[in-house]
Design a protein around this ligand. Structure first.
Ligand SMILES: Nc1ncnc2c1ncn2[C@@H]1O[C@H](COP(=O)(O)OP(=O)(O)O)[C@@H](O)[C@H]1O
Ligand SMILES: [Mg+2]
Length: 406
């Protein structure tokens, strides 16, 4: 665990680079530091491995102040990757990779094994171990930079805009790789970037810096949902904020809260009366505690009303899959749209019926968020809503599709 306690950094020239920052990074966490140029990210990062020391406050690693440790010793236990790879040009790739293991006096055979395994892991030919860094492309060099940082299996890895100079495709591939390696190695990663997409993609938590202040420290979801001020909003950009709004809508926010219901013991005649009075062709069936028990449709009733000894419980459908009210709409869209019933029951975590989602409410929302992607919409809406053919004509999604085209 890494802990910043009221950390401050004033450089000898008088610049305050970091002001009174406190944050905790858990073991195995992937944390991104993000901020504009000069906001203090690099300074904050370098104080972790004592390339700089705080002028106020302290940084603790596993409860011990970094300043109580020998800086050289400390740095051997912390991997470090920078944008210009930091590879030694006069050393072979192999010698670069095993720098720290050698300092730790590990057995040379073991070092060779580690280097070869890591080369395989990042899909570089083992023959490259004998080349010099300049013989490799930028992306390949940066792969070497990453595995060099991991070679001694450090508990902590620091990365300072490692992919800033790479083209977008190489960069995406390396992001994937780094994320995978972090999980495999179980190390704690602190990764500096000025690219919000990169941070959102990689981080468990994001620390946003602005002019030396830590202005927000939260999960990507929380940052998108509740940016703490206009600087964070600016970083996210309006487009991403709008997208996030639809991404985080819960079923509860779009459901109707007054579903019509029948009770288990209700007579079929009574159920029909409710349907007729309300002009609906189905009712959700609940028990005395409002738990959802089934679905009753007009079809099921039509042929059976003569039999007065039957109750709702005898003829209802019980194989219905409700959605949870706290589920995200985007996670349930397919289930709802591909479901066979026009109104999807919504339950709380105790299984009590709390509402219903109509397909049309959902289609409206889907249109708003994936507007323009007709293929996506077709995929979601191509199945018949009802089981029987004659009602398909009244397909509520078709109605909405036409309406939206205007
Ligand atoms: N070695 C240094 N000496 C004096 N000022 C520095 C030094 N390094 C950084 N600064 C200043 O500290 C502030 C924060 O810089 P830095 O931590 O590099 O920000 P970032 O990495 O977010 O771009 C800037 O104003 C920068 O000019
Ligand atoms: Mg920097």
């Amino acid at each position: 665990m890494i802990e910043f306690k009221n950390v401050e950094k004033v450089y000898p020239g008088g610049t305050t680079a970091v002001k009174d920052a406190s944050l905790t990074i858990d073991d195995g966490e992937f944390v991104c530091f993000i901020g504009t140029s000069g906001s203090g990210k690099t300074t904050a990062l370098r104080m972790i491995n004592r390339m700089h020391d705080p002028s106020g406050g302290e940084i603790l690693i596993d409860g011990e102040a970094t300043t109580s440790k020998d800086p050289v010793e400390l740095r051997r236990g912390i991997g470090y990757v920078i944008q210009q790879t930091g590879l030694m040009p006069h050393m072979t790739v192999y010698d670069n990779i095993v720098t720290v293991p050698r300092l730790l006096k590990w057995d040379e055979k073991k070092n060779r094994d580690i280097a070869e395994r890591l080369m395989n892991r990042v899909e570089l030919p083992v023959e490259y171990l004998d080349r010099y860094p300049s013989e490799l492309s930028g992306g390949q060099q940066q792969r070497i930079g990453v595995i060099r940082a991991l070679a001694a299996n450090p508990k902590i890895v620091l990365m300072d805009e490692p992919f800033g100079a790479l083209d977008p495709i190489t960069r995406d591939a390396l992001q994937e790789l780094v994320k995978e390696l972090q999980v495999e190695f179980g190390s704690t990663f602190v990764f500096v970037t000025h690219d919000m997409d990169e941070a959102l993609n990689l981080a468990d938590r994001i620390a946003v810096w602005h002019e030396g202040d830590l202005i927000q420290y939260d999960t990507p979801d929380e940052i998108l949902r509740n940016p703490s001020n206009e600087h964070v909003r600016g970083f996210l950009g309006e487009e991403r904020l709008m997208q996030a709004q639809t991404d985080f809508i819960t079923v509860k926010e779009i459901m109707l809260t007054t579903p019509l219901t029948a009770t288990l013991g209700m007579s079929l005649a009574k159920a029909i009366t409710i349907m007729r009075d309300n002009h609906v062709d189905s009712l959700f069936v609940i028990d005395d505690d409002h738990h959802l028990k089934g679905l009753l449709t007009l079809n099921d009733l039509a042929s059976r009303t003569a039999n007065s000894s039957l109750s709702v419980a005898d003829v209802m459908h019980t194989r219905i899959r409700p959605v949870f009210e706290d589920a995200l709409v985007q996670d349930t869209t397919t289930q709802i749209l591909k479901g066979r019933i026009p109104n999807m029951p919504v339950v709380d975590r105790e299984g009590r019926l709390t509402g219903l989602v109509t397909r049309s409410a959902l289609v409206n929302l889907v249109y708003n968020s994936i507007w323009g992607d007709e293929e996506e919409i077709d995929k979601l809406t191509d199945e018949p809503v009802f089981e029987n053919a004659e009602t398909t004509a009244a397909h509520p999604i078709d109605a909405t599709t036409e309406g939206a085209d205007k």
